[in-house]
Design a protein around this ligand. Structure first.
Ligand code: MLT
Ligand code: ZN
Length: 471
């Protein structure tokens, strides 16, 4: 049912003149998802400035049974922050709640509001000589609230964990407007159910996270970044194990890149080039760091890479000599999604299996995809150290994009069935949103689904929070 004009007025009054958007051209960016898979509609985007305002918004929407879609930096891959097309939901942007409320270097914690851009949180930590380790391609635009709500992953999970692992406490507004102040800064607090983990990864379906207490770490003093050509994925896994052991688990990044990924970047992204004279089938980008200045990490990495070249698992390797070279290596990795987008239509997966099973999985999945779409170009890349690959396909050269995309459903099913046989996940780090609800219903254990529905019913009996997402 369309939202009554008097209610829209009341919502506008809660946030004041600077706190809402209601002109079509202002609203439009909030109604289209990052991948342009969905186009929604809304009469009103609210931009509250305080937890109290969020609370009043939700209380009113709950009374009036109005659907509320929270949005962060709008970088979701699964349409998690896009309203429905009927125009009967309002959007709540946290962008104006952007304060670092406090920072405690000796407790290694900070408290930040949900609208802080991830990079601002990283910078606030760096300013007191600490590290906030969450790091992803969109860190210049994604927001902490979105990182929390989707339990974001990225390129340092191997060492520091996902967003879930970096949180000590939350402030959350429940669907009925009650505010839960759970901004604990304690590492030990064994007092019952772990409520914060209910809201992290809930994709805004249980309430709105307005602030978080986050863990900080010592800042790396030594940072070694290497780009290596490896014989195959199995050699990559072996190299990772060796580096982890030799450095005492100092590996923070270990990303797999197939030749096709490097080709796409070099072809489409200006200013990028092949680090090697010769083409190789597989590469890894790895980063190892220590907060010590006498860690001898460089010597260890050189020794390990040299030994791996001797035994044939590594074909060639280069260690970044300066920050510019380090950035150039990272650019090769982080430009893969952009390179693939510019190459044409693509079908994406975000899967995980145990790291040790990845080489066999890559072989089996590639053979399966080749038999389904013989000339599709397969691009399995990403977070090998986390057992998480973006196992994507690009439209065949000269192929028809629409015909290719029409097969996405069949390809997804085949991929996810195979992943399930490996005990893996069909959504390792990108969440469910509206894109993967069918898969959730199909692959999640039925008891887990029952418990999830019961939690949703308890916290949001009127179903106002991000309707149509996750469940
Ligand atoms: C990445 O790791 O590059 C992203 O999570 C996935 C993507 O952009 O395809
Ligand atoms: Zn990723």
């Amino acid at each position: 049912m369309a939202i009554r004009a008097s209610i829209l007025d009341e919502l506008r009054r809660i946030v004041g003149p600077a706190g809402y958007l209601d002109q079509p051209s202002d609203i439009e960016p909030y109604t289209i998802d990052h991948r342009r898979l969905y186009r929604g509609a809304t009469p009103l985007v609210l931009r509250p400035q305080s937890t109290e305002e969020v609370s009043r918004i939700l209380r009113l929407c709950n009374e009036e049974r109005i659907g509320v879609v929270p949005i962060g930096g709008n970088t979701s891959y699964c349409g998690g922050a896009t309203p429905s097309a009927d125009g009967n939901q309002i959007v709540v942007s946290l962008a104006r709640m952007r304060r670092i409320r406090s920072i405690d270097p000796d407790n290694f914690t900070l408290i930040a509001e949900a609208g802080c851009v991830l990079q601002e949180v990283q910078e606030a930590a760096a300013a007191v000589d600490r590290l906030f380790p969450l790091s992803l391609g969109s860190e210049g635009s994604c927001q902490l609230g979105g990182n929390l709500s989707t339990n974001a992953g990225g390129t340092a999970v191997l060492r520091y964990g996902m967003m879930r692992d970096l949180v000590l406490g939350l402030e959350v507004v429940l669907p009925d407007g009650r505010i839960w102040d759970g901004l604990s800064q304690l590492r030990k607090d064994n007092t019952g159910y772990d409520l914060r983990n209910l809201f992290i990864g809930a994709e805004g379906t249980l309430g709105i996270i307005t602030a978080a207490s986050c863990k900080l770490f010592s800042r790396p003093r030594e940072l070694i970044t290497a780009f290596a050509a490896v014989a195959d994925p199995s050699a990559a896994v072996t190299l990772l194990s060796r580096l982890r052991a030799a450095t005492g688990d100092a590996v923070s990044t270990f990303e797999l890149i197939p030749r096709f990924g490097l080709d796409l970047v070099i072809r489409h992204v200006p200013g990028t080039s092949d680090p090697f004279d010769e083409a190789h089938s597989w590469y890894v980008l790895t980063e190892v760091s220590s907060a010590r200045t006498d860690s001898e990490l460089r010597e260890i990495i050189e020794r390990e890479l040299f030994a791996a070249i001797e035994n044939g698992t590594v074909r060639d390797a280069v260690i970044a000599q300066n920050e510019a070279q380090r950035e150039a290596f990272w650019r090769l990795r982080e430009s893969i999604p952009e390179g693939q987008r510019l190459e044409g239509a693509s079908i994406k997966h975000d899967i995980s299996v145990p790291t040790s099973a990845l080489p066999r999985f890559i072989e089996e999945a590639s053979a399966m995809l080749n038999s389904l779409v013989p000339d599709a170009r397969i691009l399995p890349y990403g977070h090998l150290g986390d057992g998480n690959l973006h196992f994507n396909l690009s439209v065949p050269v000269g192929g028809d994009a629409a015909q290719f995309m029409a097969r996405a459903g069949q390809i997804h099913s085949a991929m996810y069935d195979l992943v399930a046989r490996y005990g893996g996940s069909f959504s390792a780090e990108h969440g469910i949103g509206q894109l993967k609800r069918t898969e959730l219903a199909r692959y999640k254990h039925p008891v887990a689904l029952e418990v999830m529905r019961a939690i949703k019913q308890t916290l949001d009996p009127n179903g106002i929070m991000n309707p149509g997402k996750v469940l």
